[in-house]
Design a protein around this ligand. Structure first.
Ligand SMILES: *[C@@H]1O[C@H](CO)[C@@H](O)[C@H](O)[C@H]1NC(C)=O
Ligand SMILES: *[C@@H]1O[C@H](CO)[C@@H](O)[C@H](O)[C@H]1NC(C)=O
Length: 132
């Protein structure tokens, strides 16, 4: 093996050795069965302003719902996408962003048994806040 071949092989294996996603993506959410990112987890970067039903393994069984460290927030919901929500609160407990305290343990508010779907939105710009 030439030195160049060894180097190329080494580079290729290095590139493959980092499957851990960057956790600062807009729309990136880690969802797991158990608190603190334990149990079965799924991480993906989701499109904003679009409803997603939770995967089978996580539906009504997600204690971790942790958005990435980026300026966006999500509404975890009781009903599936397109489902009829009869509650004036929109069948959500409110916005969950990186800054939300219970994102790594929704058991604290009982919502580990309830999330069926969610949708995410970009935070308002500074301009919008300044107008208040
Ligand atoms: C984005 O908005 C959410 C919901 O209003 C808020 O909790 C969060 O702190 C905001 N994040 C940033 C980075 O401004
Ligand atoms: C999550 O919250 C529940 C309810 O408050 C608590 O009993 C449990 O110990 C917490 N789990 C972790 C890992 O913090």
């Amino acid at each position: 093996m030439s030195l160049k071949t060894i180097f190329t092989v080494l580079l290729a294996s290095l590139a493959q050795a980092s499957p851990v996603p960057e956790h600062d993506q807009i729309g990136g959410v880690l969802i797991c069965n158990d608190p603190n990112g334990q149990g079965h987890c799924e991480y993906a970067v989701y499109e904003l302003e679009k409803c997603y039903d939770l995967p089978e393994a996580l539906i009504n069984n997600a204690a971790t719902f942790a958005p990435d460290d980026a300026p966006f927030y999500c509404y975890p919901r009781l009903t599936e996408c397109g489902g009829l929500c009869m509650s004036p609160t929109g069948c959500t407990f409110g916005a969950v962003s990186y800054d939300y305290d219970n994102k790594f343990n929704l058991t604290r508010i009982g919502w580990n048994e309830y999330i069926t779907s969610f949708d995410c939105y970009l935070n308002q710009t500074e301009d919008a806040t300044a107008r208040i």
